[in-house]
Design a protein around this ligand. Sequence first.
Ligand SMILES: [Zn+2]
Length: 306
Amino acid sequence: MQSEVFDGMMDIPQPPVDLGPNGTDLPVVDLHDNEIQVMDMLQLIYHPESVVGILPVPKAFGLLASAMPLLKKYQMDRLLASCVKRVQQDCPETLQDWDIRAAKLSGILSAVTSPEHSKFTTVWANNLVVDPVSVILLTRDFPELGSMAAAAFYDLSRSAHTFDDVMHPDGALEFLESGGISVHYELLTAGEWRRLWHGTNAMRAEIRATSDDPRRRLGQTMDMPSELEHPGCPEPTGRSREFISHVLKDSIAREYPDPLMLLKEVGEGNISDSDLRCQTCRYGVAAYLLQYRHIIWGLLPKFFAM
Ligand SMILES: [Zn+2]
């Protein structure tokens, strides 16, 4: 039997024999759990491979998130471990996971830009992305998935400006940037709203402080490109630093509330020679921005801490 707790239950004294409809007297254990959760748990127990291995992302996540608290309660540790693994596969936890998902999404979004295709865009995106609120809900029971929660809060922070996009009567919100994902904001607790608000502002404050004086802010951790001065550079002194400051400020501007995305776009070579004539400086700035992006990702758990 998968669960030691169930094993123990089968040994508890049974009430006076009341033969079931089949005339058997198999032990009966009353579970006082939510019926849907119990059904989901049973599906996992009897068909783990079909759920953990095959189901598309949001379907699998829905079922796992529903059953996992019971698997924990009944100490089905091995099954629980494979569920956690599947959840970790589907929800971004590292910056690399995050980028892989973003690349898939942008592939979908650019493949279908015409209005008559937008319906399909939503369907495809829905097969790839889990509503970040659902991820946060799951981490309430599983604090060990906390780094996933930080990514989910970041995901939400990017959508905050789309509040008036599509609000449904039940409070669910279409998350248009990610290709039409419904985000169930109404399920967040007051404390989680505070985390979202506080974290978003803490992150912006950090980036703003860095943009004001990157050298002082990050001097210990990172080399400024202007410190990598090289002979024959046609740029005026401090030009690279100025450019970095501009990019950082833009990344937290109202119109662009997704710092990681902007830092990536600029860092990956979208610096034109009208921005910086010197190619060596362009390389230096790009490397700096990509490295700074890693630093911000690493700080997300701190920003969005309880
Ligand atoms: Zn240069």
